[in-house]
Structures are given as C-alpha cells and as structure tokens.
Design a protein. Structure first.
Length: 201
C-alpha cells in the first residue's frame, strides 16, 4: 500500500518533540472540526503528576476527566473510568460521523482498557481519517497500531518539526479533499521556515 493511501497518520518521537503541538496546529490549518480526544499533562519538577483527557466529539457525553495521576512514588496510575467515559466514548461517536478523528495521544496506559482498544480499532477501520500522536517506546498496544497496513507513522524531532507538519497537512488535505487549500498553507510555511525536506533523513 502506498503511503498516500494510508488514511491513519500518527506522529511519534521523544518526549518534548512537539507531537501534541503538531496535531493541534495541523487540525487548525485544515479548518475542520474533528472528533476524538486530546490529553493535557501537568508536570511538576520535570515529572508528570496528572494527565487530563478532553473530548472533541460533540454529544459524546462527559467532556473531560483525569486520565492518570501520580501515586506517592511518582508513578502515573490510569483512571480507567475517565479513559472510557471520555476517551472511548469520544472515539465511539466520532467514527463515521466526524470528518477527522484525533487521538492525542496513544500510550501504554491506555492499552489496559478493552473498551478503549476496541474504540481505537473501530476508528482505524472506519472510512474516517485519523490523526494521532503515539508513544515511540515499544509496547503491545502501540506496536499493534504501528504495524497496521493502513497506518503511516512519521518520526518527529525538533529539527524536523516544520517538514513533518507540512507532510501531515498535505496528506490529510488530500484525504479530506482540501488539497488546494493545504498546499497553499504548506507553501507559505516552507517560505517562512526555509527548506527542510522529509527525505533528508
């Protein structure tokens, strides 16, 4: 399958590479109202102490919740109730209804919920394009997603941010039928940031 035919796009990279920022900026550039979910991390002294999850899908039920919080040892512990009532519910309603499904982000904790895994699979198998951020470190759940034939994973690093963002916008623009608009956005971005091609790896 050619990369252009892969309708599920994920960015991956080290913490701090800008995965979530890229997802948000690409959605704004595309001018669509997506379904799915976003997560927000709250760090203290360089470590995450809480992660919140926010639904982007209209009418999906609960709007936001706590995805995970740190225990006394500093280890993040999943809150499965909010993962399912916010994240899984948002994905279940978005599949086939929203023009684009956002998954920001997919990590190892989320794989503990069977309902969430099923909702992710349903979105990936649907006709709706998916844009997500996914952990770079290996694990059963993330590895299954990355290995799918309909998934394209783009490696992100700070020096490749502009190039990866342009490629995400170009690919999703073609999938969403907004290629003419997104080509102008990508050209303007390239003019501002200079040449930084994806094939420079």
């Amino acid at each position: 399958m050619a990369p252009a035919a892969k309708k599920n796009l994920f960015v991956t990279g080290d913490p701090g590479a800008g995965k979530s920022t890229l997802v948000r900026e690409a959605v704004r550039a595309l001018g669509v109202r997506p379904g799915g979910y976003l997560t927000r991390a709250f760090p203290r002294r360089g470590r995450k102490i809480r992660c919140e999850i926010v639904s982007l899908t209209p009418g999906a039920g609960k709007r936001a919740g706590v995805l995970a919080s740190a225990d006394r040892t500093g280890v993040l512990r999943l809150n499965p109730a909010d993962l399912e009532s916010v994240g899984a519910a948002a994905l279940e309603r978005a599949a086939g209804r929203s023009p684009l499904v956002v998954m920001d982000e997919i990590g190892h904790l989320e794989g503990a919920s069977a309902r969430f895994r099923k909702a992710v699979a349903a979105c990936l198998q649907s006709a709706t394009p998916v844009l997500g951020a996914i952990k770079s470190s290996p694990g059963p759940f993330v590895d299954r997603i990355k290995s799918r034939e309909d998934v394209l994973v783009l490696e992100l690093s700070p020096d490749r941010y502009s190039a990866v963002k342009r490629e995400v916008i170009r690919l999703l623009g073609a999938l969403l039928g907004t290629a003419a608009v997104t080509s102008k956005i990508a050209a303007a971005s390239e003019a501002r940031n200079g040449r930084n091609g994806l094939d420079g790896r």
